[in-house]
Write a protein that binds this ligand. Structure first.
Ligand code: E4P
Length: 235
């Protein structure tokens, strides 16, 4: 019994929740990196469209700024095109992960790329079956989109729970990135399920730091510290 507990604890020591930032904005990435808690970055064409037009140089800057994995999305729709694009993107750095959409062509591409050692993130996952197929094809990561499911009246968190259960049953190495995160509760609920990674927008990351009682407490301590200074000056 105790031995089992010891091994459980030792195994858990290797597990740690990872935070990625879901943005293509270099300033936001730099700030999150400065906090010392950033493990990686995810981008997509919509996020890139909000930034400078020169995607190549933006991507290079992000890749050099971040030590961990950076997901860059392939935009071809056929398997051959995706493979070609992925090979090119992966030349940009050792930390490149190529985002591939969850389509039959995408899965063919993932199968090929995983045999070549190119890391992939299968994106636009909305069902556990899709996540199962992606893992069987050898995806490095899958990205279930919680928020977009919630927006349509489904339960995004339940999807993450289902995927985690299926992956645990078979010991898949594919890591689950909780994506399309809308608020801090999404993040904590995913962590409670043992989800490997949350890719969090900058605004939600900032909210995760905040608590009104923390702010109130800091203000009160500073005020009391001033009183200590005053009192000691008088003596
Ligand atoms: C994930 O990798 C995607 O970039 C992202 O989380 C999508 O989020 P959205 O639904 O807010 O666009």
């Amino acid at each position: 019994m105790y031995l089992l507990k010891y091994f459980d604890i030792m195994a858990l020591r290797w597990l740690r929740v990872k935070f990625f930032i879901d943005t293509a904005n270099v300033e936001q990435i730099r700030e999150a990196k400065d906090w010392g808690i950033l493990d990686g970055v995810t981008t997509n064409p919509t996020l890139v469209a909000k930034e400078e037009c020169d995607f190549g140089s933006v991507a290079k800057e992000i890749l050099s700024l971040v030590d961990g994995p950076v997901s860059l999305e392939a935009v071809s729709t056929d398997a051959e095109g995706m493979v070609k694009e992925a090979r090119e993107l992966s030349k940009m750095g050792d930390n490149v992960v190529v985002k591939i959409p969850m389509t039959p062509d995408g899965i063919r591409a993932v199968k090929q790329l995983s045999s070549e050692g190119v890391k992939t993130n299968v994106t636009l996952i909305f069902s556990a079956n899709q996540a199962l197929i992606a893992a069987k094809a050898g995806a490095t990561y899958v990205s279930p989109f919680l928020g977009r499911l919630d927006d349509q009246g489904w339960d995004g968190l339940m999807l993450v729970e289902d995927i985690m259960e299926v992956y645990r049953n078979y010991g898949f190495e594919t890591e689950v990135i909780a994506a399309s995160i809308r608020h801090p509760i999404h993040v904590i609920e995913c962590a409670k399920m043992g989800c490997h990674i949350a890719t969090v927008p900058y605004g939600v990351l900032k909210k995760m730091f905040k608590h009104t009682l923390t702010d109130k407490g800091v203000r009160a301590f500073l005020k009391d510290w001033e009183k200590v200074q005053e009192k000691c000056k008088k003596k």
